[in-house]
Design a protein around this ligand. Structure first.
Ligand code: HAM
Length: 406
C-alpha cells in the first residue's frame, strides 16, 4: 500500500500529467518565466520563518525529521519559500526583474479527500524585483489563460483582495481583535488563539460559527494606506481593461503569512470544499526577512491534482503500428522492420506471438490503428499484410514500400 494521501500516477494516465506540465511550462515561458528546480528537502526553519508560526501549515502540516547529524529538516510544503531561499543564496540582483517557474511535489499532513493530498504537486510562478500592479495583473492573466485556455476548465471565479502592508495592516488587525473579542466565547479554540497571534487567520476559519461571525468583521479595505490602495485600484483597472471578470472580496485572506498587498484565488465550484485551483499574491517583505536585500515579489501556485481531475485535455497521440509475426522466421524479418520504424514513430511488437486472432486482440487492446502482419506466405513473397483496424480493410504491400505506406 502506498502511504496515505500519496498516489501513483499510473502509465495509463501519465500522458495527461505530462501534457499539463508541458502546457504550463510552454505558457509560463511565453510570459518569460524560466524553470527553477529546488530540492524537495529544506531546513525546517526556512518554512517556519517564511510561512509563519501560527499558520496551519507550520503548526500542523509539516513533514519534519532530523538527519543523521541532527539537522532539523522538512519536506517542502510549498515552493515560494524555497524559491526565495535560492534567490537570496545565489545573490540575484534585486534591482532587476527575475521571473521563475517550477513544477514538483509538495508535502502537507492534511486530511486527504478529493483534490486534497498529502503529497500533491504544484506548478508555480514567482517574479522578483518589481512592485508594479501590472505585474500582478500579468500573473492573474497567465493563471486564467492556463485554466480556461489550456486546460478547458470553464466557470472559474477570480477572487481578489489587498491585505495591506506592515504600515497599514496593524490598524486593521487592531480593529479585528476589537471585533472578535466581543465573540470570544463563541469562537473555536484555534481562533481564540489566533486572536493573539494572527487575527487575520480567523477570517479564513472553516468552522461554521467562526465564519458566521467573520462575515461582519471590519474589512481591511478601509484601513489600506495610500500606496496599498492605489496598487489595488490600478490592478483592478488593468484586469478590467483586459475584460477579466473578478470579484473584489474584502474578506479574502491566505493561509500563509508572507503576503502583502495583493492576494487572490481562482476557484471552481466543481471540487466541493477544495475549491482553489490557483492561489497567490504579492510578498514584498519575504526576501528581506529571509536574509536578502529588499526585493518586492509576487507569484502563485496551481494544484496539479485538481487540474488533473477537472481538465478535459485530450490525448492526441500519433497512430500506433502493431507488428504481428506468425512464425519464427517471419519474426526475424519483421523485428528488423519494427526496430527501424520505432525510431521514427509509435510502434509495438507482439512478443507473445500465437494465433493471428489472439495477436489482433492484443493489437486492439494496445489501441493500434494499423497492423503489419507477416506469415510464411508474405515472407516468401517479400510482402507484408497491412490491416487498417478502424476501417477493417487490408492490403498486401511489398516490404520496400513499407516506409511510404506509413
Ligand atoms: P497555497 O494556497 O497553499 O499557496 O497552495 C496553492 C494551491 O496548491 C492551492 O490553491 C491548491 O490548488 C494547491 N494545494 C494546496 N494544498 C493542497 C493539497 N493538500 N492537495 C492538493 N492541492 C493542494 C501556496 O502554496 C503559495 N506558495 C502560492 C504562492 C506562490 N504565493 C506566491 N507565490
Amino acid at each position: 500500500m502506498s502511504v496515505k494521501g500519496m498516489a501513483d500516477i499510473l502509465p495509463e494516465e501519465s500522458w495527461k500529467w505530462e501534457k499539463i506540465r508541458s502546457l504550463f511550462l510552454e505558457n509560463a515561458r511565453r510570459f518569460g518565466y524560466k524553470l527553477i528546480e529546488t530540492p524537495i528537502v529544506e531546513h525546517a526553519d526556512l518554512f517556519i520563518r517564511g510561512i509563519g508560526d501560527g499558520t496551519d501549515i507550520v503548526d500542523k502540516q509539516m513533514y519534519l525529521f532530523n538527519d543523521k547529524k541532527g539537522k532539523h529538516l522538512a519536506l517542502r510544503p510549498e515552493g515560494t519559500a524555497s524559491a526565495v531561499r535560492s534567490f537570496v543564496e545565489h545573490k540575484y540582483n534585486s534591482e532587476l526583474l527575475h521571473k521563475w517557474c517550477y513544477f514538483g511535489p509538495m508535502y502537507r499532513y492534511e486530511r486527504p479527500q478529493k483534490g486534497r493530498m498529502r503529497q500533491f504537486h504544484q506548478a508555480g510562478i514567482e517574479a522578483f524585483g518589481v512592485d508594479d500592479p501590472a505585474l500582478d495583473a500579468e500573473q492573474i492573466i497567465l493563471a486564467r489563460e492556463l485554466l480556461v485556455g489550456s486546460f478547458g476548465i470553464e466557470s472559474v471565479k477570480i477572487l481578489l483582495n489587498s491585505i495591506g502592508c506592515p504600515a497599514c495592516r496593524p490598524g486593521w488587525q487592531v480593529a479585528l481583535v476589537d471585533y472578535f473579542r466581543r465573540y470570544d466565547r463563541e469562537l473555536c479554540d484555534n481562533c481564540r488563539r489566533r486572536l493573539d497571534i494572527n487575527p487575520l487567520r480567523i477570517l479564513d476559519c472553516k468552522v461554521q460559527r467562526c465564519s458566521e461571525i467573520a462575515k461582519d468583521a471590519p474589512a481591511g479595505r478601509n484601513y489600506l494606506c495610500g500606496s496599498c490602495s492605489a496598487h489595488h485600484n490600478k490592478l483592478k483597472q488593468y484586469l478590467s481593461d483586459m475584460n477579466i471578470v473578478f470579484e473584489d472580496d474584502p474578506m479574502l485572506v491566505r493561509g500563509l503569512d508572507y503576503y502583502t498587498k495583493t492576494v487572490f484565488e481562482i476557484t471552481t465550484d466543481k471540487l466541493g470544499s477544495q475549491s482553489a485551483l490557483i492561489a497567490g499574491g504579492r510578498y514584498n517583505d519575504l526576501v528581506k526577512s529571509l536574509g536578502g536585500k529588499d526585493s518586492p515579489a509576487t507569484g502563485w501556485a496551481m494544484g496539479i491534482e485538481r487540474i488533473f481531475l477537472l481538465s478535459d485535455i485530450k490525448n492526441a497521440s500519433e497512430k500506433t503500428v502493431y507488428f504481428i509475426a506468425l512464425d519464427e522466421p517471419s519474426k526475424i524479418v519483421l523485428f528488423k522492420l519494427f526496430a527501424s520504424a520505432a525510431k521514427r514513430r509509435n510502434c509495438r511488437f507482439d512478443y507473445k506471438g500465437g494465433s493471428l486472432k489472439s495477436q489482433l486482440r492484443r493489437a486492439n487492446g494496445a489501441g493500434a490503428q494499423i497492423c503489419a502482419i507477416m506469415g510464411e506466405n508474405e515472407r516468401i513473397a517479400d510482402t507484408l499484410l497491412i490491416k487498417d483496424m478502424k476501417n477493417k480493410t487490408q492490403k498486401l504491400i511489398k516490404i520496400d514500400e513499407f516506409g511510404e505506406t506509413l
